[in-house]
Ligand binder design. Structure first.
Ligand SMILES: Cc1cc2nc3c(=O)[nH]c(=O)nc-3n(C[C@H](O)[C@H](O)[C@H](O)COP(=O)(O)OP(=O)(O)OC[C@H]3O[C@@H](n4cnc5c(N)ncnc54)[C@H](O)[C@@H]3O)c2cc1C
Length: 412
């Protein structure tokens, strides 16, 4: 990185320090590419944004030789997933047969995960993270993106690079500024997220509970339950207007064991609304610019695969472009190679999510009659071996990536 007053020159400028941006930065710095990440927040400690670290991501950590260190951080491990339909409990996914080193989904606050990745990346001299730096515009020269303009605490900043990466999430300013076309695939639901304390005598499992018109997912986070209450699209305000008492009652009607602590929810500030979006870009790149992660494709929360897909994009980008970044000073249509590689897993995952959204969730939220366990769930209940299929789709996904880039410049 070369700093000249308010301008920086680097090989790769990444807008956004989420899972996609940070993993890509780690991989590039690890192979000797100079990289600057601009993150608009001061740190990674912010609202709940998903805590799942999937077996395929853990496998990548194994390939990077950082898995043991990672697993020393506080986390929980989900080996099986089950759902409750009415009064019947149905096992859905069994991760214990996956062909990966870790046969579980690890649950860890995203800020701990990102702090860990930052720590690992900081071992390489080419890694530079600038926080409180909000990308507000792109620099365009001769029909190619040549970097970004950002707002920082100390004034405006320009970062110039042969390659700019838009990893700035589902509301990406990068994709908006460059005018990439977004295909909106729609979602019938939004999600209200909240924490409710967990007692040692509570059940262990992470599980979902579905009854006519309602859905609640509880993730075991040791001393609290991370709860996701699914509501019909756009009804967040209506739920609020009915009042907190009515909301608490809805939760307790699904999970009566929470009654003794539901009053912990004292304020709507404790309840976060996730506006569910499922979309993808028609084209992920323009000369000099590539979007990855949620900026290229926002995922539905079904299966909790957004972080995983974002990380897989980052690995594919490093594998396909890392070498070129060491020597090439401009990038044109070769950037399309990343979309060609990642388009199938993105489409296939979104296809599965849309089927679940439209065939299951829409039906549940619109239903007033008692629900029955459908034949796919009956199959999973009766034939344990079939539970390996959802585990594979969720835990590993389609076309998993592997680290193919070298580790050339550790600082020691
Ligand atoms: C409430 C909620 C719950 C979720 N639960 C799960 C889950 O359980 N499992 C799962 O896999 N996924 C979950 N997701 C989705 C998951 O968080 C995303 O798919 C994943 O984080 C995408 O990673 P990313 O790096 O592409 O984008 P993001 O994680 O969105 O990261 C983008 C980063 O860019 C920064 N940024 C944005 N704009 C700018 C700018 N202009 N300049 C500089 N920086 C900028 C942001 O601050 C952020 O750090 C959830 C999302 C939400 C909102």
């Amino acid at each position: 990185m070369v700093r000249m007053d308010e301008a920086i020159r680097t090989r790769c400028c990444i807008a956004g320090g989420g899972p996609a941006g940070m993993i890509l930065a780690l991989l590039l710095a690890r192979m000797g590419v100079d990289v600057v990440v601009l993150e608009k927040h001061a740190d990674f400690l912010r609202d709940f944004r998903g805590d799942t670290v999937h077996p395929s991501t853990l496998e990548l950590m194994h390939e990077l030789h950082i898995l043991d260190a990672f697993l020393k951080l506080p986390h929980q491990e989900i080996r099986e997933l089950s759902g409750q339909i009415g009064n019947e409990t149905v096992p859905i996914a069994d991760f214990t047969h996956l062909p990966t080193h870790c046969q579980f989904v690890a649950l860890m606050p995203q800020w701990d995960f990102l702090d860990f990745i930052k720590e690992q990346a900081s071992r390489y001299s080419g890694f530079h993270l600038i926080t409180q730096a909000e990308v507000i515009d792109l620099i365009e020269e001769n029909g190619s993106i040549a970097g970004v303009r950002a707002k920082t605490q100390s004034g405006p900043l320009e970062v110039r690079a042969p390659l700019t990466i838009g990893a700035d999430g589902r509301h990406s300013i990068v994709r908006q500024r460059v005018g990439l076309t977004v295909i909106d695939l729609g979602a019938p639901m939004d999600v209200l997220w909240m924490r409710i304390s967990r007692r040692p005598t509570d059940r262990e499992q992470t599980f979902g509970h579905i009854v006519a018109g309602k859905m609640l997912v509880l993730l075991n986070r040791e001393n609290y339950w991370q709860c996701a209450f699914v509501i019909p699209k756009g009804k967040g305000e209506e739920v609020r207007q009915k009042g907190l008492e009515s909301f608490r009652e809805q939760i307790v009607s699904l999970e009566p064991f929470l009654r003794d602590r539901i009053t912990e929810l004292r304020d709507w500030k404790q309840v976060n609304l996730l506006t569910v979006a499922v979309d993808r870009l028609e084209q992920w790149s323009r000369p000099g610019l590539l979007c990855i992660g949620d900026a290229a494709h926002a995922m539905s929360p079904i299966g909790g695969v957004g972080i995983n897909l974002a990380i897989q994009d980052a690995v594919a980008t490093a594998n396909l472009l890392g070498d070129k970044l060491l020597r090439q000073n401009s990038f044109g249509s070769e950037l399309e190679v990343v979309q060609r590689r990642r388009d199938f897993p993105t489409r296939a995952t979104q296809r599965v999510q849309l089927i679940v959204q439209n065939k299951v969730i829409k039906h549940v939220l619109g239903s007033s009659k008692p629900l029955r366990v459908g034949w796919p769930l009956k199959l999973l209940r009766n034939f344990p071996v079939l539970r390996r299929i959802p585990a594979r789709v969720v835990g590993v996904g389609f076309r998993p990536e592997h680290v193919r880039t070298p580790d050339v410049h550790p600082l020691g």
